[in-house]
Design a binder for this molecule. Structure first.
Ligand SMILES: *Cc1c(COP(=O)(O)O)cnc(C)c1O
Length: 463
């Protein structure tokens, strides 16, 4: 067998393993079946001294890892806001690995660079964002928020006469970041990474659904002096609620601020005629962060950042003047000028293929499908006397509480997880423990919802 034949055989085996996994995905127990210690035992041991045939190694590895694989790509996983993988997206992702393009530079992969341009434009169009935005494909919404807020930091300090890229933050005018109390923890992390610090945050009180209160925002803004960034949220990770983005943008702009939207999953509401009303005014922001690996159902990892001020975006994360030698001789856009990462995989490719496959209508249907199933979850569960649905189910998230009791609710979540029909997370919502159900997977059906709800109810009836 030539080297190439061996490589082909290995890929064939890998594809068989992958297909066997996908085939069993809808029926395997949803949670992991083992402990980290058992996995250490199965996977550990000494680093081998020398080379060996990869084929049995792949085989053994897949079998040893299997009990520690969570069926989060499957139809009855409702944890976090995870999403699965559409077949077309997975196929495209395999090709990305085979191509092994370094997507950081157009010179290393003209195809990847051009795919990014096109895909970013298509996403912006779906999300109802303006023309002419700069964009980058990053690992997730955390890095998308990082990139957007780096651009914001640049711009608000530039307006105050401070060049943060040259001088850093020592001695800089303080930057105030106004954001709702129910923001995602990613915002706080990113502000730490950016050297702005958690004390830069002025939290704005939120309403019963976790939306920033615009009356309270006005009060907070009145007390702010100097460089200002305001972060709105599209899609509260507990309730799915969306901040009143248009009103926030108008108030923040009147106060001279930069308006950023963290819309990891919620921004996708804009792709549907039925849900677009939730994000009205979204186009008036200055930057946006979203994920493709959540609601668009492409494989991990893929987040996307958009910025309405390309100069600020590029100044904040681009290569700077010293990187001129990196520029290609032709006119293709160089991804590294817009992305804090340099070498990386061509992660826009699965998004491109997915959008070509689904089209505008397919994306709208994906969003509506998940929201409709979330409404079904809420309807079925609230028919049970001991169950309370805590949120207005406006999107794909449902918060559920049992017997109005923290310990009972936590116990039901634990039992559901160990039983294996479905997987749901837990959270604390306004001081009360709740089960959190997120419907984010293209392959979830009404039947999956009925089976899962029936199981949750059965588990909840055990005293
Ligand atoms: C998931 C999420 C994030 C973090 O996104 P990652 O892709 O996990 O980095 C940030 N903000 C919101 C609102 C989210 O839902």
């Amino acid at each position: 067998m030539s080297h190439d034949d061996a490589a082909m055989a290995l890929l064939g085996e890998a594809a068989r393993h992958a297909c066997a996994f996908l085939d069993g995905l809808p029926d395997r127990p949803v949670g992991a079946l083992t402990s980290p210690d058992a996995l250490r035992l199965a996977l550990g041991g000494a680093l081998p001294d020398g080379p060996s045939d990869p084929s049995p190694i792949i085989d053994q590895f897949v079998n040893a890892a299997d009990p520690g694989i969570v069926a989060s790509a499957g139809p009855r996983y409702f944890g976090f806001v995870n999403g699965g993988t559409l077949p077309a997206a997975l196929a495209a992702d395999w090709i990305v690995s085979a191509w092994d393009q370094n997507a950081g530079l157009a010179a290393c992969s003209p195809a990847s660079a051009v795919v990014e341009e096109i895909t970013a434009r298509w996403i912006a169009e779906l999300l109802g964002l303006p023309d002419g935005l700069s964009a980058a494909f990053v690992t997730g919404a955390t890095m998308a928020n990082f990139t957007a807020l780096a651009a914001a930091r640049h711009e608000v300090l530039r307006r105050a006469g401070w060049d943060v890229e040259a001088r850093g933050l020592h001695g800089a005018p303080p930057v105030t970041v106004v954001v709702g109390e129910e923001r995602h923890a990613a915002i706080d992390r990113v502000l730490r990474f950016l050297g702005l610090g958690s004390e830069a945050i002025r939290p704005v009180p939120t309403d019963g659904q976790g939306r920033m209160r615009t009356d309270a925002l006005a009060g907070v803004l009145a007390g702010v002096d100097g460089p200002l960034i305001v972060c709105a949220q599209a899609g509260n990770v507990n309730t799915g609620a969306v901040d009143p983005i248009g009103e926030i943008a108008d108030a923040a702009h009147a106060a001279g601020g930069w308006v950023h939207v963290d819309g990891a999953f919620g921004l996708w509401a804009a792709a549907s005629d039925r849900f677009r009303h939730l994000v009205v005014g979204v186009e008036r922001a200055d930057s946006w962060a979203t994920d493709a690996h959540k609601w668009l159902n492409v494989p991990y990892d893929c987040g996307v950042v958009f910025c309405a001020h390309p100069e600020a975006h590029r100044a904040a994360v681009g290569g700077g003047p010293g990187a001129a030698y990196l520029m290609p001789t032709d006119a293709a856009r160089d991804p590294v000028q817009w992305n804090p990462e340099m070498s990386r995989r061509a992660r826009a490719v699965p998004v491109y293929v997915t959008l070509r496959t689904l089209g505008r209508q397919g994306v709208a249907e994906l969003v509506e499908h998940c929201c409709d199933l979330a409404a079904e979850v809420a309807r079925h569960l609230s028919a049970e006397p001991s169950v309370e649905v805590l949120n207005d189910v406006v999107l794909n998230q449902v918060l559920v509480r049992f017997d109005d009791d923290d310990a009972r609710t936590a116990e039901v979540v634990r039992r559901v997880a160990s039983e294996g029909t479905c997987w749901v997370g837990s959270t604390v919502w306004h001081g009360r423990t709740a089960m959190r159900v997120s419907v984010s997977n293209w392959s979830t059906t009404s039947d999956d919802v009925e089976r899962s709800v029936a199981r949750i109810v059965r588990v909840a009836r055990i005293r």
